[in-house]
Design a protein around this ligand. Structure first.
Ligand SMILES: C[S@@+](CC[C@H](N)C(=O)[O-])C[C@H]1O[C@@H](n2cnc3c(N)ncnc32)[C@H](O)[C@@H]1O
Length: 281
């Protein structure tokens, strides 16, 4: 069967999720739901779909990410379009959304800034959960911002989120006013670690999204300093951190004049979200 052939080819290419990936690619080219794979699995597949499937399997065997072949990634409660111009949203980043929602739970009409928005997954998830929020999203990459704006339109959230091109929170200009919450999943991979990443990540996620040119500590330091200049007294800052970075990131937060409130682990128990705040006035 077609699915078996695809899975065997991906397995031979060293892909751990070979069968799942082959199934998702088959469903993508045929527009099938999961149940169709069982109910219609032995049907003859039209030639055009067959060629698309074989092409996609060949690309995946070359370690192109599944999401670049399907063009989609689910995150939090929505489906996001992804292209090679943006980081593919990761499941662990949903912890940032969950934590951010708690930080602004009691704030009415909060002003929120997502720094380095990529696909827009964090900013748009927060805007959907908190229709009263004024959300700003920044990115240095104009190509990423186009993807994020496309996702905002698809989710009908264009009027809730404003996109700004530029460095960290300087991209905002003076428009945003005092900020209640800064949330960010910044690039936090060192150049040495980048070289050891899986090919799907190293060769296909934008390097700008992974590796900060000023170094990881330098990036967190700049991010916190930039956030501290914009946060209202008592305002929160929620950032994603890499494995083993909690102490270093906490030091950078304190050096920028912020208080460290807590560090939360992800589902694998790895410290993943650091919450800081500007001391209340
Ligand atoms: C790790 S990705 C996060 C993307 C998205 N927020 C997510 O969680 O999937 C980091 C993002 O920050 C952007 N970026 C890198 N340097 C930046 C800077 N100096 N100012 C603003 N954005 C930057 C990258 O283009 C990329 O979109």
């Amino acid at each position: 069967m077609l699915l078996d052939q695809g899975a065997t080819r991906l397995q031979a290419a060293g892909i751990a999720t070979a069968r799942l990936d082959a199934e998702l690619l088959l469903r993508h080219v045929l527009g099938w739901e999961r149940a169709d794979v069982i109910a219609r699995g032995s049907e003859e597949v039209p030639d055009a779909a067959l060629a698309l499937f074989e092409g996609a399997i060949a690309q995946r065997a070359l370690r192109r990410p599944l999401q670049h072949l399907t063009g989609h990634q689910a995150f939090w409660k929505h489906d996001f379009i992804v292209t090679p111009d943006v980081l593919i949203p990761r499941p662990e980043t949903e912890l940032l959304v969950e934590t951010a929602l708690e930080v602004i739970r009691d704030v009415r009409t909060p002003v929120v800034v997502d720094v380095g928005t990529g696909s827009g997954c964090i900013a748009l998830s927060l805007a959907a959960e908190r229709p009263d929020a004024r959300v700003h999203a920044t990115d240095l990459s104009p190509a990423a911002l186009l993807v994020a704006q496309g996702n905002a339109s698809r989710l009908r959230l264009e009027s809730k989120v404003t996109f700004h091109e530029g460095d960290l929170l300087d991209a905002l200009g003076t428009e945003a006013g005092a900020v209640d919450l800064v949330v960010s999943n910044p690039p936090y991979v060192s150049a040495e670690e980048w070289a050891t990443l899986e090919p799907e990540v190293r060769d296909h996620d934008p390097r700008l999204a992974l590796v900060p040119p000023e170094g990881v500590a330098g990036r967190y330091g700049r991010l916190f300093a930039s956030a501290a200049r914009r946060l209202r007294a008592g305002g929160g800052c929620v950032v994603e951190i890499g494995q083993g970075q909690a102490d270093m990131v906490a030091r950078e937060a304190r050096a920028a004049g912020l208080e460290v409130v807590e560090v939360r682990p992800d589902l694998r128990g790895i410290p993943r979200a650091l919450v800081a705040r500007r001391p209340p006035g």
